[in-house]
Write a protein that binds this ligand. Structure first.
Ligand code: M6R
Length: 357
């Protein structure tokens, strides 16, 4: 039920701090160690490469998951759009592990890949919000997102839950491999939860940004580098899905290779600047578009912020910034859709779970 909320989407955005705490609680044992099925731990240790298969928002979580698995656990990882996988079937490593990421656990594009990989006898892990779902039943292992039912077609809390669970999986694998880590994931996720809460308390700021930048525009661009690029892709998907504004996310460095031709007077460009090693490069990209007339909106991280940034998110671990920096984008999309009189929870032409290929 929506309770006092006007839309499920807003309720689900607001639930994210709580979902983080729930995940910490579910994946932590009494000794503060990570609680994970021993079979999953073994499968992660034994594989020589992870193949993440997903669609839409879950694919965007997969892109972040690849960074976690490679940077934290040193596991080579590929991410594939499910609907393309069969045509672009990669050369598989000797001991592949397939990881299916799906909020609903029912997405047909993923199922057809799972049927294929099951036939080949490769192990599969499903990360889902619905443990009894088809993808969960037909895979060898399941990790539960514990996000609670997600009703709005636009995925919000499942995305942040997917990234949190992937971070925990990466840390657990790193520990099982004997790698030393400089951070405690549960503590860092606790910090993420508080940062999310702080953002949810400032909705008026995002409503104003949506009003200022998006009430009449036909298009909008999201730029970022590294992890911010992936979050930009998700921001663009969210915005187009519910507000019908043509939105595109791209890597800051790719601007000059074509997309900059689309920048006109007043084109909104939302830039993410949460990564220290690319902070000055992304800011030069913003300058490039501003020179061509863009209306820039920079969302940065505390400590990396500069005068004139539209919003500064509280400091969190540099690998976990996507879990927090996506909230402004979710809220901006929500208010843009609202101001444009769109059906926020049930956008046209879309279904919550896509059960046809
Ligand atoms: O249930 P799934 O995670 O497998 O769904 C995948 C996509 O259909 C889904 O993420 C879709 O892109 C959302 N509507 C995006 O908000």
């Amino acid at each position: 039920e929506k309770g006092t909320y006007p839309h499920f989407m807003l309720k689900e955005i607001d639930e994210q701090p709580f979902v983080m705490r729930k995940i910490i609680q579910k994946y932590q044992d009494d000794n503060d160690d990570i609680k994970l099925d021993e079979d999953i731990r073994q499968a992660m240790r034994e594989c020589d490469r992870v193949y993440i298969i997903a669609a839409g928002t879950s694919y965007h979580a997969g892109l972040i998951g690849k960074e976690f698995l490679e940077k934290i656990a040193e596991v080579p990882t590929e991410v594939h759009v499910a609907s393309e996988f069969s045509y672009n079937f990669p050369l598989l490593s000797e001991k592949p592990l397939f990881v299916f990421i799906s909020q609903s656990g029912e997405t047909a594009d993923l199922r057809s890949v799972l049927v294929e990989t099951n036939k080949l006898g490769h192990p599969a892990l499903t990360i889902t919000n619905v443990p009894g779902s088809t993808l969960s039943r037909e895979a060898d292992y399941t990790l539960h997102l514990h996000a609670g039912p997600e009703i709005a077609v636009a995925s919000t809390k499942a995305y942040t839950a997917q990234m949190a669970v992937l971070a925990i999986l990466a840390v657990d694998t790193a520990r099982a491999k004997g790698l030393t880590l400089g951070f405690d994931p549960m503590k860092e996720l606790g910090i993420v939860s508080s940062a999310m809460e702080a953002l949810c308390d400032q909705k008026d700021v995002f409503e104003q940004i949506a009003r200022d930048y998006l009430s009449t525009t036909r298009n909008c661009f999201f730029i970022g580098r590294g992890l911010d690029y992936y979050v930009g892709l998700e921001g663009a998907l969210k915005l187009k899905e519910i507000s019908y504004i043509q939105a595109e996310g791209f890597a800051g460095g790719e601007l000059k290779h074509g997309t900059i031709a689309l920048i006109e007077d007043g084109t909104p460009v939302i830039a993410l600047a949460t990564q220290e090693h690319v902070n000055s490069s992304i800011r030069s990209n913003v300058q490039e578009v501003v020179t061509r007339g863009a209306n820039d909106c920079i969302i940065s991280l505390e400590g990396l912020d500069r005068e004139g940034d539209a919003f500064v998110i509280p400091n969190v671990h540099s690998l976990l910034t996507p879990l927090v920096s996506v909230l402004p984008l979710q809220l901006i999309s929500y208010y843009a859709a609202l101001h444009r009189d769109c059906d926020v929870d049930k956008p046209r032409n879309l279904a919550k779970s896509v059960t046809v290929e």
